[in-house]
Design a binder for this molecule. Structure first.
Ligand code: 6R9
Length: 627
């Protein structure tokens, strides 16, 4: 039964409940293929344009595309004002839940007024079109309001995740050339108030060019105060709720977002307005099958691209009602997410595999205590989802009735690129299936995923370093976008993402993907989570070293797990060593940092750990290994 675990044909037909009413139907694939530009023009027409475009795509400056050239629009008007104008002012835009139990309900009318006030405040502070604004906030409504206020006045925002250090923040403020920073005194995480303002103080101390720091009061913590500081409630609340929006060029910069890469200096990925908004709105409508009455919950932080595209721009452009949660899933108890779903009747949940595996580890009893029957669709993003986690998500959370959309995309792609369409695409656990209508992807002979045609929400560059943009993404396979992920295509044409190219292992001349070995390990009942690396080996070149976290109270046994992987994938994939560890090192967006584990496996000193969630994790692992 274990043989060919990953090839095994577990297949789920398109959900019949979705098929008849799916927002996007089967024919979209062929229509988009026959006329990609016409297809994207049709999607762009779902937005409000003040001036229509002259050309759908100008690719003459490749790899820097111009989409909807000559068109003019305002992203904030598209996300807010037009819904109020259409009579939906009373519709809830955001059900916000604070970690300590406080909550706020924000309608589209409230949002329009708040965004207008914040836009007026920024203008008063001297922020104009093209000026960059840094945003360093917890998951509170002001994060969304600040982003939209920037968009409304044509000032590109650069959101920096609130968990980043003062040093990381300073580097981003400086690289983007921001003159205004929006922050808060603090936010709530893991049951306690965490200060944010001190990190901003430290970051801007050496940056005299930062003129103003606008501070939202969230926790009421004491904060040091300088001449540059201003309270949000004093400056913003005093403004008029009327703000006359200007329409901007489709290619006007909307934001810069620094990627959470595990190596090298962070890259400031630049996105522009018209194409980005077109594709985020379209994919949100198509992949999540959004309907009137849906309550959408994207659990990602606004500091990541998933928060930008599926908490702010996509859902709001579609007039969705959403949940936004400030804190961690285990505060004050491990059922917090399920409690929120029950309370607000969440219908669509979008989460990361790392969270799903954590819930698996905590056990089925916790979600079983809650009524999750409102859910109708489940999404996954951020890493390959192991088939076992996929099955658990579908069964325990989705009650075996909710389709799963495993969505592959990147900060650089701006929006979802590879994903099933619910009600249309049959799914296989662990496969993101196929490119969405309008998207063209391929797998090279060497096993890399490439995108073969420009798409509207593609990055327009790396801020301040166009050479690196060319070199990183467009030079390896000329004319095609190199995503940096390994992939395989099966006999049905389905794509299986195999992890970052840097993570592929070479064992006795065989390419073995970390994802496959990890998935084999996670399919063992004693394993909740696994990370696999190739460690230098005198005999095989590289040997597989696995780190596993036990599931519940299970006690995984090394020989048993090695044999289990060999049975599932073949003897060549048998790990040399399996180490049981309490935690795995992750980036702050939840991706496993295999580079650090490789250092441990090869007994090297640890490299840069500044993007780790908790650097003590590495101490634990090193001790576990050597002690
Ligand atoms: C959206 C986001 C991008 C990298 C990407 C890939 C991995 C994301 C995935 C996935 C397999 C999926 N990734 N979604 N791998 N299946 N459904 O996460 O953006 O933070 O830029 O990361 O994440 O390796 O290249 P970003």
């Amino acid at each position: 039964m274990l043989a060919n675990l990953l090839q095994e044909e577990r297949r789920f037909a398109p959900a019949p409940d979705f098929a008849a009413n799916a927002n996007v139907k089967q024919d979209a694939y062929a229509r988009a293929e026959a006329d990609p530009e016409g297809f994207w023009a049709e999607q762009a027409a779902r937005l409000h344009w003040d001036t229509p475009w002259n050309a759908v795509l100008d690719w003459s400056g490749a790899p820097v595309a111009r989409w909807f050239d000559g068109g003019r629009l305002n992203a904030a008007v598209n996300c807010v004002d037009r819904h109020v104008a259409a009579g939906h002012g009373d519709r809830v835009a955001i059900h916000w839940v604070g970690e300590p139990g406080d909550s706020r309900t924000i309608t589209y009318r409230d949002l329009r007024d708040q965004v207008s006030r914040a836009a007026n405040a920024l203008v008063e502070l001297g922020v104009g079109k093209g000026d960059r604004v840094a945003i360093y906030l917890p998951m509170i409504p002001e994060a969304v309001i600040a982003m939209l206020a920037c968009a409304r006045i044509g000032a590109p925002h650069t959101v920096v995740f609130g968990g980043f250090s003062a040093e990381a923040l300073a580097g981003r403020i400086q690289d983007a050339g921001a003159r205004v920073v929006i922050t808060a005194d603090g936010g709530y995480r893991k049951g306690a108030a965490h200060a944010l303002k001190p990190a901003v103080d430290a970051a801007v101390a050496g940056l005299p060019e930062v003129r103003h720091v606008l501070v939202v009061r969230r926790t009421g913590q004491e904060t040091a105060w300088t001449e540059r500081d201003l309270w949000w409630h004093e400056v913003v609340d005093a403004q008029s709720a009327e703000h006359e929006p200007e329409a901007f060029d489709a290619e006007h910069p909307l934001f810069i977002l620094y990627t959470s890469g595990t190596t090298g200096k962070p890259k400031g990925i630049l996105h522009t307005t018209g194409g980005y908004l077109t594709q985020t709105a379209y994919t949100h409508h198509a992949v999540f099958d959004l309907k009137d009455g849906d309550v959408f919950w994207c659990t990602a932080d606004v500091g990541w691209v998933t928060g930008h595209s599926y908490l702010v721009y996509g859902p709001l452009a579609n007039g969705a009602t959403q949940v936004m949660y400030e804190g961690t899933p285990d505060s004050p108890h491990q059922g917090r997410w399920w409690e929120i779903i029950e309370k607000y009747g969440v219908t669509i949940l979008y989460a990361a595999p790392t969270a799903i595996r954590m819930f698996m580890k905590w056990g089925d009893d916790i979600p079983k205590k809650y009524d999750l029957s409102s859910l109708r669709l489940l999404g996954s993003v951020g890493e390959p989802i192991n088939p076992e986690a996929w099955m658990w998500y579908r069964g325990t959370i989705g009650g075996d009735r909710c389709p799963i959309v495993d969505t592959w995309w990147q900060t650089e792609t701006g929006a979802i690129m590879v994903s099933p369409l619910p009600g249309v695409t049959a799914t296989k656990p662990g496969s993101a299936t196929r490119p969405l209508p309008g998207v063209a992807a391929d797998v090279t002979e060497s096993g890399y995923l490439v995108l073969t045609r420009p798409w509207p929400s593609m990055a327009r560059g790396i801020w301040g370093d166009m050479e690196r943009f060319h070199e990183t993404y467009w030079s390896r396979f000329p004319g095609r976008y190199f995503a940096g992920d390994g992939a395989r295509r099966d006999e049905d044409g389905y794509l299986w993402l195999l992890g970052r190219v840097d993570d592929v292992m070479l064992v006795s001349g065989h390419n073995i993907s970390t994802t496959e070995v990890e998935s084999a390990l996670v399919s063992h009942p004693a394993v909740a989570e696994a990370a696999v690396v190739g460690a230098a080996d005198p005999v095989t070149g590289q040997a597989i070293v696995a780190f596993v976290i036990p599931r519940g109270d299970a006690v995984p046994e090394e020989q048993e797990l090695r044999a289990h992987v060999a049975r599932a994938l073949g003897a060549i994939a048998r790990p040399r060593q399996v180490l049981v560890v309490p935690e795995l090192p992750k980036t702050r967006s939840g991706k496993i940092m295999r580079r650090l584990l490789k250092d441990v496996a090869e007994d090297r000193a640890l490299g840069d750990v500044t993007t780790l969630t908790d650097s003590t994790v590495m101490d634990l692992i090193s001790k576990g290994l050597r002690g």
